[in-house]
Design a protein around this ligand. Sequence first.
Ligand code: VGL
Ligand code: ZN
Length: 208
Amino acid sequence: MQITSSDALLVIDVQNDFCPGGSLEVAQGDAVVAVINPLIDRFNTVVITQDWHPAGHQSFASQHDGATPFSTTQMPYGEQTLWPDHCIQGSAGAEFHSRLNVDAGSIIIRKGMRASVDSYSAFFENDKSTTTGLSGYLRESGIERVFCCGLAYDFCVRFSAEDARRQGFETVVIEDACRAIDMDGSAQTARAAMRSAGIDLLASSQLI
Ligand code: VGL
Ligand code: ZN
């Protein structure tokens, strides 16, 4: 598959808290950096997202009496997984991985900033109606196809890819440039859901 000027690379949440040693660590999360940096050089448009929560965010298990991380609760907008505190605005855990080539990015989109609503997708918050403006940015940049990579495959990458597709972009997930949290088989569920949504799943070696 050939990369063209109407393609964008969407680099999701490559932040310290999702890397080994972070509060919501993803196994080998840091390994994506060596795959993503060379990709960043090959796209004209590179969108980098940053999970950016206020302290006391309602997606944190610590904010719900007796709740443990990775359990679920009911929010006004539907079911929500409760997470360990992570990616708190201004903290070291919210910083990008130190070797990610953030300087080559065209735009940085922050998400999850409202205390009462979580945001997995780079396009919409979990209420499915509040937008980040990313769709408009991509359209005005002449983008027709979006390539997704980063952390975590089964949450923010999956939901961003599904929204990209729903917004009418051709959508590709570069699987070796992702790592999954994989709770209760969520990586396999994500893969099947993305496939049936018409999202292409491929390896970085298939890009020329
Ligand atoms: C993410 C859970 C909570 C992610 C962000 O980047 O996949 N997952 N916040
Ligand atoms: Zn988060």
